[in-house]
Design a protein around this ligand. Structure first.
Ligand code: PLP
Length: 400
């Protein structure tokens, strides 16, 4: 009898973490490696937020929290949804979890029965399908195309919905494509959802604050208030406030769902770290000016990377609306031969030969369910991005 549970044989380790590890190993061997594979801002957590955590420790806020989160944070979350998204959620309709990741896990554990389906547009964040599998559901992947800006089309969504569909999972701006839905694009999706009253929508708005130019962020419950009673609006402090290590994510939705998620969390972590929760109160209620400053820095980097990658032979790089990723196509390199003598058959070969030849680490599109593309995270300095893109240009020019 196998000791490890059968469920685990259906999931795979996070490809982004494996690539980051491979880059680390090569660095340890003395190679000069530029890693463009990480999914976190290179900025530090702002000082006022750190200070709030220090003060919480000193005040003795070090005991078990209420399972769904400390009241001041649930109030700050409700206020954030009102202020930034025009959404009316009561604090009792919110939940604080150990990262956005746990929001998703709680929601799936609380709702999925074996065979229940979750519609996931591809390219998707690596963890979505595996989370659905781990919690007993069935991921239903719907392909999007570069021509449609990697956004889910109404007719494709409609075709994917079955009597077993429990959730549609939306992520805008997207990891890995950076694509963000305009109000009209989102409305086309919510119009379909209005025709299926048993289908719920889980919207991962993690990258809300990272949108560029005059793009305006919107979320499904805002576009279609009639969906409020079957929408879980998820967000977190990891990306907006450079707080990935603090592990705080949150969500708001109908009270019956929040209560079910509270039950799951109560048997799991008993709630998120109190000190991180107090830091998050300051993040949400405190000064917000650095968000715009950092967004501007990211926008300059996006433009730099998009421009340099479009100058690379055989690559096509759309300019995404948000997040800190680009998702160029490497279709033009398929069938060519790398300096090592290996023929490039797919995007995994492309990133692996790129790492070997030039020491630049990116993540292959297959990990995100869609290719041939690769993901580059531009959450690093302009100097490193320029060097990395020059190396990518040299690599694609060297293919025969
Ligand atoms: N959702 C998306 C799309 C992400 O990219 C990430 C992190 O990479 C998360 C959720 C999880 O964030 P957290 O750090 O809050 O668990």
């Amino acid at each position: 009898m196998a000791f490890i549970a059968d469920t685990l044989s259906r999931v795979k380790p996070s490809a982004t973490i494996s690539v980051t590890q491979k880059a680390r190993d090569l660095k340890a061997q003395g190679r000069n490696i530029i890693s463009l594979s990480v999914g976190e801002p290179d900025f530090d957590t702002p000082d006022n937020i750190k200070q709030a955590a220090i003060e919480a420790i000193q005040r003795g806020e070090t005991k078990y929290p209420p399972v769904s989160g400390i009241v001041p944070l649930r109030e700050a979350i409700a206020a954030k949804f009102k202020r930034e998204n025009g959404l009316d959620y009561k604090p009792t309709q919110t939940i604080v979890c150990t990262g956005g990741k746990q929001v998703l896990f709680n929601a799936f554990l609380a709702t999925l029965n074996p065979g229940d389906e979750v519609v996931i547009p591809a390219p998707y964040w690596v963890s979505y399908p595996d989370m659905v599998l781990l919690t007993g559901g069935t991921p239903v992947v719907v392909q999007t195309t570069m021509a449609h800006g990697f956004k889910l089309q109404a007719e494709d969504l409609e075709r994917a919905i079955t009597p077993r569909t429990k959730w549609v999972l939306l992520n805008s701006p997207s990891n890995p494509s950076g694509a963000a839905y305009t109000e009209a694009e989102l409305k086309a999706v919510t119009d379909v959802l209005m025709r299926y009253p048993d289908v719920w929508v889980l919207t991962d708005d993690m990258y809300e604050h990272l949108v560029y130019g005059d793009f305006v962020f919107t979320t499904p419950a805002q576009i279609e208030p009639n969906l409020m009673d079957r929408t879980l609006t998820m967000n977190g402090v990891s990306k907006s406030y450079a707080m990935t290590g603090w592990r705080i994510g949150y969500a708001a939705g109908p009270e019956k769902l929040i209560k079910a998620m509270d039950m799951v969390q109560g048997q799991q972590t008993s709630g998120a770290c109190t000190i991180s929760q107090w830091a998050s109160v300051e993040a949400l209620n405190g000064p917000q000016h650095f968000i715009a400053e950092r967004r501007n820095a990211f926008e300059v980097r996006r433009d730099l990377v998009v421009s340099m990658l479009n100058q690379a032979k055989d690559l096509v790089c759309p300019s995404p609306e948000g997040a800190f990723y680009v998702y160029p196509s490497c279709a033009g390199t398929i069938g060519k031969t790398a300096p090592s003598g290996k023929r490039i058959e797919n995007d995994e070969d492309f990133v692996s030969e790129l790492l070997e030849a030039e020491g630049v680490a990116a993540v292959h599109g297959a990990a995100f369910g869609s290719g041939p593309n690769f993901r580059i995270s531009y959450a690093t300095s302009n100097a490193l991005l320029e060097e990395a893109c020059a190396k990518i240009q040299r690599f694609t020019a060297s293919l025969r």
